[in-house]
Design a protein around this ligand. Structure first.
Ligand code: SF4
Length: 612
């Protein structure tokens, strides 16, 4: 490594350890992603944090899991190995919603696929155990976190055991792991044995018994054998998610008991500021010769906060980061912008300032007592909670100050926004539309069918319509050519073919075009995945339609993209199947009809009233 790069990166090789004068690591991180020294990546963030605690840490990025020697290049670490699949679940990373193998990977140099194994947490843990007998193994990141209990796995189409059982790891860290990991490292350093560390929030382990007062869930065998038991386990676990009052959970897997401690407490402003002040170089490790696609997306972005109180049923972020909004101080964000402006490639454009939901910066629950007792999945759905402080003054101030930075020419907000906060945050939305859109604003209504948005826990179509109208009016007033790019999900639980026809009509009526369809993928641990597997809402017990059939899934997707001629056949088939042939003209009017043989005389069926 060159002089200038020294200590700009966490060591990834024996030579880099030697440059620091180390002959041994304390903690070895293993990740399924390439190493980019940026706080957007959990492994980099945690490695920098432990380095700041005075520990000697190294990162093994995308090691060859088939070769035990690949895990030994930096030697056996003194304390433990910290293992993560990377920023995504490895199965989501590898397969499309229709279970086809993806041929790219945004987190790998050159965008190449194949650099990480399927079920990476299990494969890496087995490799570490093979390389270093008896070394404590700690698993974390989104894959381990959302698979901590018995869970439905879409790719196997079955209920799998907790990843703790399958990986045989010593400890699992779930959610955001800063507190648990630093405390664990300090205690192991002080000589405690990993088997005896059972009291850390945000951790799970296998034991003979659990703490007093823990809630026992239906066992793996029960949830595997009965969808009612699965729903019951999901509901019970959801009720204990509140870090201020949640209890520990127990789930038997045969004779083994998985114990899940209560979640970690949210970080306060000072703790968050400390993390984001760590000396990230914000660059990929210099050993990489090819560009890493994910890096381009986050290179000049700033995370202002974490957590999301929206509670969308399909979202993994809420389940992983939690419902409490944790915001950095304005000074901390401004300091990061100062550092970013000195990046050799910075040309004045900040691509994003936000978090899981951009306009939640500075929001909080205003009633600590209510917050401690709260069991709501969402602070926004079905109505905005009276205790939610939705004021936008902090977010507005932050954006105003950042865009006045002398090095900034453009400052965009590319993170998602919750448009149901429009009326409560008029200044934020006015500034967003005036200064931070960059031509296209990505908004995710996800559906326009009230029946489907109810299952999704999203605001209904009228709220989106109001937002759209305001966006267009204000953009016009400002003389700006700006458009909305709407994001919709196809085949989400609750969405029938008829619902999707209504969505296609909604898009036409509002002159909107979907560029990319997100086909629903039942990712581990989410409410929507639970409904997908059981066919019922675990909270209300209502039966929910689940689009399972490949034809229906393809037709739903085609309806969202009905402006593309390639989808004509599927759109026609869907309209015929639902007896709504009278809509053929409306939904295919912009298509190049060509010589599509699928256009046949239609048999008249009973007219179905349009739902809205
Ligand atoms: S009390 Fe209301 S605002 Fe507070 S956490 Fe619960 S839902 Fe959110």
């Amino acid at each position: 490594m060159s002089e200038t790069n020294q200590h700009k990166f966490i060591p990834c090789s024996r030579a880099e350890m030697t440059e620091r004068g180390w002959d041994e690591l304390d903690v070895l991180f293993i990740t399924g992603d390439a190493y980019i020294d940026h706080p957007a990546f959990g492994t980099s963030l945690l490695a920098r944090l432990l380095e700041d605690e005075g520990l000697r840490v190294g990162i093994l990025a995308q090691p060859d899991w088939r070769d035990p020697e690949a895990f030994k290049i930096m030697g056996r670490p003194r304390l433990f190995a910290a293992i993560s699949a990377g920023a995504m679940d490895s199965m989501v990373n590898h397969y499309t919603a229709s279970k086809k193998v993806r041929n790219d990977d945004a987190y790998t140099p050159g965008g190449q696929s194949g650099a990480r194994p399927n079920r990476a947490v299990i494969a890496y843990t087995a490799a570490v155990k093979g390389a270093f007998k008896g070394l404590p193994t700690v698993i974390g990141g989104i894959e381990a976190s959302l698979r901590r209990l018995a869970h439905y796995d879409y790719w196997d189409n079955k209920v799998r055991r907790s990843v703790l059982v399958d990986s045989k790891a010593d400890l699992l860290l779930f959610g955001m792991a800063e507190s648990a990991l630093t405390t664990l490292a300090r205690r192991l350093l002080a000589g405690e044995l990993i088997d005896t560390i059972t009291d850390l929030r945000g951790t799970a382990y296998i034991a003979k018994d659990g703490p007093d007062g823990a809630v026992e869930l239906p066992s793996y065998e029960e949830v595997n054998g009965s969808t009612d038991a699965y729903n019951k386990a999901f509901k019970l676990a959801a009720e204990e998610k509140n870090p201020f009052s949640g209890k520990a959970l127990l789930q038997l897997h045969g004779a083994r008991l998985v114990v899940v401690n209560p979640p970690a407490m949210p970080l306060d402003e000072e703790q968050l500021d400390r993390i984001y002040a760590l000396p990230f170089s914000k660059q990929p490790h210099p050993s990489y010769r090819e560009a890493i696609p994910a890096y381009a997306q986050i290179k000049f972005s700033i995370t202002s906060h974490r957590g999301c109180c929206g509670g969308c049923a399909f979202c993994a972020i809420t389940h992983h980061q939690g419902k409490t909004i944790q915001s950095r101080s304005e000074q901390s964000v401004r300091d990061e912008l100062d550092r970013l402006s000195r990046h050799p490639e910075f040309r004045g454009t900040v691509t994003d300032v936000g978090g899981p939901t951009a306009n939640m910066y500075g929001m909080r629950c205003s009633n600590p007592q209510a917050q401690a007792a709260c069991r709501r999945e969402s602070c926004l759905y079905p109505q905005i909670c009276k205790h939610l402080d939705t004021r936008d003054d902090r977010a507005v101030d932050l954006l105003r100050k950042l865009r006045k930075h002398p090095a900034v020419k453009h400052l965009f907000v590319a993170s998602g926004i919750r448009f149901d906060l429009l009326n409560r945050q008029p200044d934020y939305f006015a500034d967003l539309i005036k200064h931070h859109v960059g031509g296209l604003l990505k908004v995710a209504p996800e559906s326009s069918s009230p029946k489907v948005t109810k299952v999704m826990r999203k605001p209904g179509p009228q709220v989106f319509e109001k937002f759209l109208q305001k966006f267009r009016e204000q953009s016009q007033k400002l003389g700006k050519k700006q458009s909305i790019i709407p994001y919709f999900i196809s085949s989400h639980p609750g969405c029938t073919l008829n619902d999707m026809i209504d969505v296609a009509l909604f898009l036409k009526e509002h002159n909107l075009r979907v560029e990319q369809v997100q086909e629903f993928t039942p990712t581990p641990g989410s409410l929507a995945t639970c409904i997908y597997h059981t066919g019922r809402d675990p909270f209300s017990g209502e039966v929910v339609h689940v689009p399972l059939n490949a034809n229906e899934r393809r037709q739903q997707k085609a309806l969202l993209l009905c402006h593309l001629p390639v989808n004509r056949k599927d759109v026609l088939a869907a309209l015929r199947q639902c007896g709504r042939e009278e809509l053929i003209g409306r939904l295919t009017s912009n298509q190049d009809r060509g010589t599509d043989k699928a256009v046949k005389p239609v048999r008249q069926k009973a007219r179905r009233p349009r739902r809205k």
